[in-house]
Ligand binder design. Structure first.
Ligand SMILES: [Cu+2]
Length: 139
């Protein structure tokens, strides 16, 4: 009897240890770590373009816009050219204020519930010159 209760105690201790190890793993391992991507406004060679102009991200990721060459630039998401044609979402992702000096930054974090698909954005002063880009949000 004494032997059984001792081994039972040892067994429950082992189970407790396993539960503790597994649960701490669950707490300290983030399920999906959000990434930050950088997009330059104006290429290093002085072209009126975003660099890169195509980018694939996941919901919850952040895009950092860095003012580079040939300013001023801004970032405006097209109200119609996004998966749900959501004008309010497009507005919330945009940075309409013109960035004048090189090195100025803005950030856009895509909401965790952002619909998957292509989001078109452009720079207002240089849209006609082709300063347009696409961010693809993966499902
Ligand atoms: Cu521009």
């Amino acid at each position: 009897m004494k032997l059984i209760s001792a081994s039972l105690r040892r067994f429950s201790l082992a189970v407790l240890t396993i539960i503790l190890v597994v649960s701490s793993f669950a707490v300290f391992t983030p399920s999906a770590s959000a990434e930050t991507y950088q997009v330059k406004l104006g290429t290093d060679k002085g072209m009126l373009a975003f660099e890169p102009k195509k980018l694939t991200i996941k919901p919850g990721d952040t895009v950092e816009w860095v003012n580079n060459k040939v300013p001023p630039h801004n970032v405006v998401f097209d109200a119609a050219k996004n998966p749900a044609k959501d004008a309010a979402l497009a507005k919330s992702l945009s940075h309409k204020t013109l960035l004048m000096s090189a090195g100025k930054k803005e950030t856009t974090t895509f909401p965790a519930d952002a619909p998957a698909g292509d989001y078109t954005f452009y720079c207002e002063p240089h849209r006609g010159a082709g300063m347009v880009g696409t961010i693809t949000v993966q499902g």
